[in-house]
Design a protein around this ligand. Structure first.
Ligand code: HEC
Length: 214
């Protein structure tokens, strides 16, 4: 099942290309962007209730902001998030909103709020809920699944088969970047060189869940 969560993250990918497709006024075909129906109407409806309760006081009933808190829809908001993922938007909200006490709103409610923001952003609903994947793609279970294997093997698994509907929708370069994000979320330190974009080079990097010296 672990690959389903990887798929879910990729399915939720909010890419710059999706945004430029939007600017061109055309939906991108396939299963990998906010244009392919990554949340459900029901989820956005539930999210609206949570939004009104926890967010609208600052960000406005119509998501237009209040001069102090920014708008959560429209071109400026979308351009702030261009090239980032839905997971990153979720994480931003998870960690810092509402500012006074982020723990007031559960992660589940925040996912529902993100679904509502997508709906308000003009992205179409689909038949599966937006998943709460940020936590599922890190943590001991995910790491132990991959411990002893290489980063190249994780990349290859994603490259060949994710998202299941059309693996070619996400470029190998984007997939390498997703793997870099997963490593970061896994608690591995960043360095000064990018994760290489060849399978051979990636296969030289081994997952090691224990820190050296332990
Ligand atoms: C007390 C007022 C207040 C409440 C309540 C509040 N926010 Fe905010 N929010 C702000 C302010 C001020 C900023 C800009 C400063 C900052 O980034 O912290 C902001 C920034 C944001 C951003 C970043 C916008 C961007 O363009 O990058 C997001 C997303 C966001 N809020 C979502 C939410 C959500 C979702 C909720 C409800 C769970 C919420 N906020 C509740 C005041 C609030």
């Amino acid at each position: 099942m672990r690959f389903q969560v990887v798929a879910a993250l990729i399915a939720a990918l909010w890419t710059a290309s999706a945004l430029s497709a939007m600017q061109a006024g055309q939906a991108k075909a396939g299963g990998s962007t906010t244009w392919s129906g990554v949340y459900t109407e029901e989820q956005a409806k539930v999210g609206k209730t949570a939004y009104v309760k926890h967010c609208s006081e600052c960000h406005g009933e119509e998501l237009g902001g209040d001069g102090f808190a920014p708008a959560l829809k429209g071109p400026e908001f979308l351009s702030n998030w261009s090239g980032l993922t839905v997971g990153e938007l979720f994480d931003r909200i998870r960690i810092s909103m509402p500012p006074t006490n982020p723990n007031d709103v559960t992660p589940k409610e925040k996912v529902e709020i993100v679904a509502y923001l997508l709906k308000e952003g003009g992205f179409p609903a689909g038949t599966t809920d937006l998943p709460a994947t940020v936590d599922a793609l890190k943590g001991p279970e995910f790491l132990s699944n991959w411990s002893g294997l290489t980063v190249g093997e994780l990349f290859d698994r994603i490259r060949i088969s994710m998202p299941p509907t059309n693996p070619n929708d996400v470029t190998p370069k984007q997939k390498v970047e997703i793997v870099a994000y997963l490593l970061k979320e896994g608690g591995f330190p960043a360095g000064t060189t990018d994760l290489p974009a060849t399978v051979e080079a990636l296969k030289a990097i081994k997952f090691e869940s224990n820190k050296p010296g332990r």
